[in-house]
Design a binder for this molecule. Structure first.
Ligand SMILES: [Zn+2]
Length: 241
């Protein structure tokens, strides 16, 4: 499938340094992809077609392609149906970049847990109002697995929290909880001198699920809040966490 992409009009043609022009071109192509609701697999054109259409140098075009590939929006495909093709972004790459960014930005334990509390209390509220049998079964399976393997939040990548977020059906909730839980998990590695209370953590998860299952939103929120406060306390002040 081939599609015609809009011509590119640089904001200040002639004066832009090429990296900036490449960024602008990449953003122009990304905007087109978003407006067209991610037509994955669509070939936007061959390199020579797009050079003519966008009226940029080969160097600028290739830099723009590199930005698009880095953002997981499009890539060059070789072969008979080759060209610049729309791809689906890889969520694990997005999460990893966001986690690393926050780590580099020195997000504090207070910042991290205040955001987690905001998001995850909303998760339990939402699920307390509506939990399907299939969703309940998946949550029980995670709890069972954690119990059997004696895994907890600090060593198990926070699978209970991530699944709660996923089950809300809100992709933004899932992404942000995954990023924040992922960072909590990464930072836990620095706390190996302290042994996490795996049994207590798994019990807290079970009690949160119990409240969600009976539709007791108030208890579910209170239990999640206490659980996150306990997790926060595990990360001592004076360190990044
Ligand atoms: Zn937990």
């Amino acid at each position: 499938m081939t599609s015609t992409i809009d011509p590119f009009v640089p904001p200040d043609a002639g004066e832009s340094a090429s990296p900036r022009l490449a960024d602008e071109l990449a953003r122009h192509i990304e905007s087109w992809i978003m407006r067209h609701e991610w037509p994955v697999g669509t070939v936007l054109g061959t390199e020579s077609e797009l050079l003519t259409r966008f009226e940029v140098s080969r160097g600028v075009f290739r830099q723009a392609v590199s930005v698009l590939e880095q953002h997981g929006a499009a890539r060059m495909r070789v072969g008979s149906h080759g060209g610049l093709v729309v791809i689906a972004p890889d969520p694990s790459g997005v999460r990893r970049s966001a986690t690393m960014y926050l780590d580099h930005a020195l997000v504090t334990a207070t910042d991290l847990f205040s955001m987690r509390t905001l998001l995850e209390l909303d998760c339990v509220s939402s699920l307390s109002k509506h939990l399907t049998a299939d969703a309940a079964e998946r949550l029980h399976a995670v709890l069972e697995d954690d119990r059997e393997t004696e895994t907890s939040d600090s060593v198990g990548a926070q699978s209970f929290h991530v699944l709660l977020a996923e089950l809300t059906g809100n992709p933004a909730m899932k992404l942000f909880v995954e990023v924040l839980a992922g960072l909590t998990f990464e930072r836990s590695h620095d706390l190996c001198a302290r042994t996490p209370d795996t049994h207590g953590i798994n019990l807290a998860h079970a009690r949160i699920l119990e409240a969600i299952e009976v539709g007791d939103e108030v208890s579910a929120r209170r239990r999640m809040q206490r659980h996150l406060e306990a997790a926060r306390a595990f990360h001592p002040d004076g360190t990044l966490m």
